[in-house]
Write a protein that binds this ligand. Structure first.
Ligand SMILES: *[C@@H]1O[C@H](CO)[C@@H](O)[C@H](O)[C@H]1NC(C)=O
Ligand SMILES: *[C@@H]1O[C@H](CO)[C@@H](O)[C@H](O)[C@H]1NC(C)=O
Ligand SMILES: *[C@@H]1O[C@H](CO)[C@@H](O)[C@H](O)[C@H]1NC(C)=O
Ligand SMILES: *[C@@H]1O[C@H](CO)[C@@H](O)[C@H](O)[C@H]1NC(C)=O
Ligand SMILES: *[C@@H]1O[C@H](CO)[C@@H](O)[C@H](O)[C@H]1NC(C)=O
Ligand SMILES: *[C@@H]1O[C@H](CO)[C@@H](O)[C@H](O)[C@H]1NC(C)=O
Ligand SMILES: *[C@@H]1O[C@H](CO)[C@@H](O)[C@H](O)[C@H]1NC(C)=O
Ligand SMILES: *[C@@H]1O[C@H](CO)[C@@H](O)[C@H](O)[C@H]1NC(C)=O
Ligand SMILES: *[C@@H]1O[C@H](CO)[C@@H](O)[C@H](O)[C@H]1NC(C)=O
Ligand SMILES: *[C@@H]1O[C@H](CO)[C@@H](O)[C@H](O)[C@H]1NC(C)=O
Ligand SMILES: *[C@@H]1O[C@H](CO)[C@@H](O)[C@H](O)[C@H]1NC(C)=O
Ligand SMILES: *[C@@H]1O[C@H](CO)[C@@H](O)[C@H](O)[C@H]1NC(C)=O
Length: 378
């Protein structure tokens, strides 16, 4: 009798321990507690909860894609400015998907450089509007993040190719590549790193005299192959990178509202900025967009709390891999690394990474298993 009671007591204790260990393993699929710049064991790291990754090389037609919006805005012509206006046109954004997905680089169905093409059209416009292309993320809840893009800029003189984050004209994080700053002779170039601010507004949106402007020399020509541009944005600072190498930090004029990711390619004829307009059509190609970010959306914040009640389990936070020029990594192309993320892959033709429900349900099931075990013992 006594020994049976002890036996049952031991079983009870054992089940309690098993249940406790299961409950503490709160994250069930990988990365449910986020994506981190540097490993969480490193002295410095940042964790972001949400993800949007678009591999433009496998997107068949960006016009049918939930994650992106092709813009049709007009930046009107002001005859007093001495510059042209600009017009965003659908025809200037063209998907050029890989013929064979397994070859990461190479030609697309339309010829060299698979990805999404963004064009600035040639010539002096009779209506004073230079035709350009522009796309932006559908989501406007990007508030802090590590945001990256693989871009081949144009070699045609007279355009500005931009990869940026935007909330409004005074809260904007810019990487702008001016093709007139390419140096094909010695294979170098520059990227303009800019935070638009109240100070740049006061100067007529000329950030050049503000502290958050830098024409940063690059050890490569942005038109010679694909290169990765990146910024890591926290409330304290923005760190800019190119090809995985740190360029510089900016600690003033840090935006604090949520906004969207953008690409555009334009010219307004301003000789001290874009130059141009170009005398032949100019093409910029974007191969990918990666955003690991925190969301300002209350629904996404509560989704995060449910799928990650506490950070536990070895894979609950995933480290974002280092830039790899030969083999990029996409969490959205792995199994179980983007559960409960929405619009994560930018691939409207597959829903495989956006809608798996995990979180409270499996935990409830564990509690049931535990209670069932307890009743079995009693
Ligand atoms: C994905 O995660 C779920 C929940 O933990 C698990 O049941 C499933 O086996 C995992 N699938 C893969 C392919 O790892
Ligand atoms: C990652 O670690 C490097 C040092 O290895 C450090 O310079 C950098 O600031 C860290 N990044 C973040 C986001 O903490
Ligand atoms: C490449 O991948 C995309 C996205 O998964 C798919 O829609 C497309 O059909 C694939 N192309 C080929 C040639 O398999
Ligand atoms: C998508 O397909 C339509 C119809 O063929 C075409 O007009 C449009 O340019 C394509 N969009 C992109 C982004 O390639
Ligand atoms: C993607 O985001 C857009 C804009 O927020 C939304 O309208 C759409 O329903 C989302 N799609 C999915 C599959 O979540
Ligand atoms: C941008 O938003 C900030 C914060 O709401 C505001 O202070 C600023 O005036 C806005 N800028 C413009 C150009 O509207
Ligand atoms: C671009 O055009 C400008 C103005 O015509 C010229 O001064 C400059 O040298 C050109 N730059 C390159 C890289 O061709
Ligand atoms: C490359 O060439 C440009 C234009 O001739 C020059 O201004 C620049 O200093 C050169 N850069 C290097 C690293 O030699
Ligand atoms: C993003 O959100 C996570 C989870 O709430 C938090 O730990 C992290 O500090 C946030 N990152 C930034 C840069 O605010
Ligand atoms: C890049 O990825 C390839 C293929 O996975 C790998 O062989 C190579 O070692 C990686 N390079 C770096 C610098 O991590
Ligand atoms: C993706 O999921 C949404 C929402 O459940 C659905 O409306 C849409 O038809 C799905 N798309 C595809 C291609 O399965
Ligand atoms: C994410 O998970 C929450 C519960 O944790 C669920 O309510 C929500 O519908 C899920 N969202 C998606 C897009 O799967």
């Amino acid at each position: 009798m006594y020994s049976i009671m002890v036996d049952n007591w031991l079983k009870y204790m054992l089940l309690t321990l098993i249940a406790a260990s299961l409950l503490s393993t709160s994250a069930l699929a990988d990365c449910e507690c986020g994506y981190s710049v540097n490993a969480t064991s490193d002295p410095e790291h940042i964790v972001y909860t949400d993800i949007i990754e678009t591999n433009f090389r496998t997107v068949q037609n960006l016009s049918y894609n939930d994650a992106w919006e092709i813009q049709t805005s007009e930046f009107p012509y002001d005859p007093t400015s001495g510059q042209y206006g600009r017009i965003d046109e659908l025809r200037n954004v063209i998907s050029n998907p890989l013929i064979e997905n397994s070859t990461w680089s190479g030609s697309g169905t339309l010829g060299p450089d698979a990805g999404v093409q963004i064009w600035t059209r040639a010539g002096i416009p009779t209506n004073n509007l230079v035709p350009m292309g522009e796309i932006r993320t559908s989501r406007s809840d990007i508030l802090y993040g590590s945001i990256r893009a693989l871009i081949k800029a144009t070699s045609t003189n007279g355009t500005c190719g931009a990869f940026f984050w935007y909330y409004n004209d005074t809260q904007e994080i810019d990487n702008e590549i001016l093709s007139r700053q390419n140096n094909p002779g010695n294979n170098t170039g520059a990227v303009n790193l800019i935070l638009q601010s109240l100070a740049s507004e006061a100067a007529g949106y000329n950030a050049a005299e503000t502290p958050t402007f830098d024409t940063y020399p690059l050890p490569f020509n942005p038109a010679d192959g694909f290169h990765e541009y990146r910024f890591d944005w926290t409330p304290e600072k923005i760190s800019f990178y190119a090809d995985g190498k740190w360029l510089r930090d900016m600690t003033q004029n840090i935006p604090d509202n949520a906004g969207r990711g953008y690409f555009n390619h334009w010219s307004n004829g301003n000789p001290s900025w874009s130059g141009g307009p170009p005398n032949v059509d100019a093409k910029m190609t974007v191969a990918y967009f990666l955003a690991y970010f925190n969301s300002s959306n209350p629904a996404r914040l509560s989704d995060y709390k449910s799928r990650c009640p506490s950070v536990a389990g070895t894979h609950s936070i995933c480290t974002i891999p280092e830039y790899n020029s030969t083999q990029p990594f996409f969490f959205t192309e792995q199994k179980n690394m983007t559960n409960n993320q929405t619009n994560a892959s930018g691939d409207a033709t597959s829903n495989d990474s956006g809608s798996v429900m995990v979180g409270p349900l499996p935990q409830c099931m564990m509690l049931l298993i535990f209670l069932a075990g307890l009743f079995a013992v009693l």
